[in-house]
Design a protein around this ligand. Structure first.
Ligand SMILES: Cc1cc2nc3c(=O)[nH]c(=O)nc-3n(C[C@H](O)[C@H](O)[C@H](O)COP(=O)(O)O)c2cc1C
Length: 188
């Protein structure tokens, strides 16, 4: 089956080679607005987005982020602000729900970027204490994932293999842990 949403999901790939062209304000705002719509656990809305486009800051961030291979001109850090959590949650604990919230937002924005013809790639490998210093982040504010954004290089030097995926039937179980392919559907 094909429709614009499914096609967008299927054709998005991580892109690491980008041009020097900056992401326009209009596109940036559309992507951030899309991130706002991603769901969060208990609708606590802990996600905060930190946009970095300053070339000197990007250079410093790259030095402390071994996972950033791309030359993206825009970074959107998806962060959690602990102040947004009710007091019954331990303020020091890294609740795994945070990670789901930020992951949802990053993917929502990646799909929005792809729908606009932009390139993106998520990265989680960066040094948080160093980022805190570079970006002057308060302790309550933690960056979990950064979406690198830009325009795709039309003639990339390193051609990426198509993203490898397993067949969905090999990833799915039904009912009492029956592999999808072994499950017998009652045809009555
Ligand atoms: C949680 C997460 C962390 C990732 N971290 C990095 C990273 O540090 N550096 C990087 O270049 N790519 C990173 N990626 C991108 C993956 O390598 C990429 O999505 C995967 O190889 C599949 O590629 P595709 O999405 O183009 O099919 C990350 C992806 C996810 C979902």
């Amino acid at each position: 089956m094909s429709n614009p949403v499914l096609d967008n999901i299927r054709t998005r790939r991580v892109v690491r080679e980008m041009t020097d062209e900056q992401v326009s304000e209009e596109h940036l705002e559309i992507i951030l607005e899309a991130g706002r719509w991603s769901p969060t656990g208990s609708n606590h809305l802990p996600n905060r987005f930190l946009v970095v486009q300053d070339a000197e800051l990007i250079e410093l961030i790259r030095r402390v982020s071994p996972g950033i291979y791309s030359n993206a001109p825009t970074y959107i850090f998806v962060c959690v602000d602990r102040r947004n959590f009710p007091t019954y949650i331990d303020e020091e604990a890294d609740d795994p729900v945070f990670l789901m919230d930020v992951g949802q937002a990053a993917q929502t924005m990646a799909l929005a970027a792809h729908s606009l013809g932009l390139a993106s790639g998520p990265v989680t490998s960066f040094n948080v204490p160093a980022l805190r210093k570079i970006l002057k982040l308060p302790d309550r504010f933690t960056p979990w994932i950064v979406l690198c954004l830009g325009h795709p290089q039309p003639n990339p030097q390193f051609v990426m293999k198509p993203g490898k995926r397993r067949y969905w039937q090999d990833l799915v179980y039904r009912e009492r842990f029956v592999p999808w392919r072994d499950f017998e559907v009652d045809s009555d």
